[in-house]
Design a protein around this ligand. Structure first.
Ligand SMILES: Cc1cc2nc3c(=O)[nH]c(=O)nc-3n(C[C@H](O)[C@H](O)[C@H](O)COP(=O)(O)OP(=O)(O)OC[C@H]3O[C@@H](n4cnc5c(N)ncnc54)[C@H](O)[C@@H]3O)c2cc1C
Length: 410
């Protein structure tokens, strides 16, 4: 499939692989043992341009687009998905929200440093009451008090919230107004009191790049850190989630490829009854099913990315890609573990924990059932999946103001 991709995308793939092989793969197991967030590596990834693909150069991006962004996510995850855990916070949902809805000052203050890996991002929408109904479950409130808002409540599953310098968090400014009562805020937990992040113990996921429960106790956000107007929050976050969904699908694809590569290697090395187990037809059947599912996922993920690069309506295709790629990751991870036999459960082999990431991508950033609902309601004619088509990110004409301002400033 790579032969069909433009040269610049293949170069991106080579660059990410070289970066991971040099800077991350040799150190990640030690980092996991220490449990320490790898700030220096995130910084190096930022310097290498890994987070900037869907952002223009005026804000520190590389302007390469969504196919490139998907290839970055895929290769990060194929090399070491634990390190890829902060990819969306640095290069997708968090900076997307700020870029698409922020004032020029907000964008220039926060986005370039996130893309450069100098500051650590976060995007916190979900609460304990239910991620699939984020709006209905949202109890966190933001009340204006002069020049600041005071936020109270709690958020759930806020990835990197224990490390973040700059995040986007959603809270209700008018609890009686439904979607129109939700406001987005740029939060800076290290600057203001009232923020407690509690890492959640997860089975099989990184001990260094964590997801958290967050408790807000009169947490302060200056009014100048509100994103857009009061009530714009839900629209802002939904616009950022769709591209995030496609890069998560690409991460699922990367996990599937990692499992497949390990399984193929093992099937060739492991000998039983005097021959490699790859010679057994039932193992070949598994290998064939894995290969087909991966190629199909790849085609869907790259197609969704192409739609986005072309500014075409892409909610439906993104749902297809996310559903298929995450289902594929689960299937391939499961088969890889079986091919490894008992060793597939030993911590020494990464197939023992890669399955947890397949599960995460099946549920996170829009669960499988939610994707199926989007796809089926569109097919049945109940709800057009692409009804809210709006351009995001890189080719967003609303952000000509930033380019103009940069030009004026020389
Ligand atoms: C490791 C991790 C990291 C995360 N990081 C972040 C983050 O950084 N920021 C953030 O905001 N969120 C984050 N999330 C939250 C994630 O997006 C949610 O877990 C996800 O949206 C699902 O929400 P839930 O877990 O509350 O499950 P629920 O919404 O309670 O869903 C439970 C089950 O019901 C199914 N379901 C839901 N609605 C329907 C329906 N109408 N019909 C049929 N079935 C349905 C779901 O598919 C699921 O199987 C993270 C989650 C995890 C696990």
């Amino acid at each position: 499939m790579d032969e069909l991709l433009p040269d610049y995308v293949r170069q991106v793939r080579d660059t990410v692989n070289a970066f991971m092989e040099r800077e991350v793969n040799p150190f990640m197991d030690e980092i996991e043992k220490s449990g320490k967030f790898p700030r220096d590596l995130v910084r190096k990834a930022g310097e290498a341009g890994i987070y900037g693909a869907v952002f223009p150069e005026s804000v520190g991006g590389t302007n390469l687009g969504y196919i490139a962004a998907c290839v970055v996510s895929e290769e990060l995850a194929r090399n070491d998905v634990r390190f890829a855990a902060c990819n969306n916070q640095q290069g997708s949902t968090c900076p997307q929200c700020i870029y698409s809805a922020g004032t020029v000052e907000q964008v220039m203050k926060y986005v370039p440093r996130l893309l450069a890996g100098e500051t650590i991002g976060m995007m916190s929408l979900t609460e304990a009451g239910g991620g699939s109904d984020a709006l209905g479950a949202m109890k966190t409130t933001a009340v204006r008090d002069g020049d600041v808002y005071r936020l109270n409540g709690s958020k759930m599953w806020a990835s990197m919230a224990n490390e973040t310098d700059v995040g986007v968090l959603l809270a209700k400014t008018d609890p009686s107004a439904g979607a129109k009562g939700v406001t987005a805020f740029i939060v800076e937990p290290k600057k203001y009191s009232g923020w407690t992040a509690q890492p959640i113990e997860m089975i099989g996921l990184s001990k260094a790049l964590r997801t958290n429960a967050v408790f807000l106790d009169d947490f302060v956000v200056p009014v100048e850190n509100r994103l857009g107007a009061e009530g714009d929050g839900f629209k802002i976050v939904m616009r950022a989630l769709q591209p995030g969904r496609v890069t998560v699908a690409a991460k699922a694809l990367g996990v599937a490829r990692a499992c497949f590569e390990d399984a193929v290697r093992y099937a060739n090395e492991r000998e039983l009854r005097g021959q490699p187990i790859g010679r057994f037809q039932m193992i070949q059947s598994d290998i064939a099913e894995m290969a087909v599912a991966i190629e199909a996922s790849r085609a869907l993920v790259y197609k969704a990315a192409t739609y986005m690069d072309e500014g075409l309506p892409s909610n439906r295709i993104a749902a297809l890609a996310k559903f298929h790629a995450s289902q594929t990751a689960k299937l391939v991870a499961d088969k890889a573990q079986q091919i490894f036999g008992g060793y597939g459960m030993a911590a020494e082999y990464r197939v023992s924990w890669l399955k947890s990431y397949a599960d995460l991508f099946f549920t996170g950033e829009g669960s499988a059932n939610v994707q199926k609902i989007v796809i089926a309601e569109d097919a049945l004619g109940y709800k057009v999946a692409d009804r809210h088509h709006g351009r995001t990110g890189l080719r967003d004409p609303r952000r000509d103001d930033i380019a103009d301002e940069m030009k004026a400033a020389g």
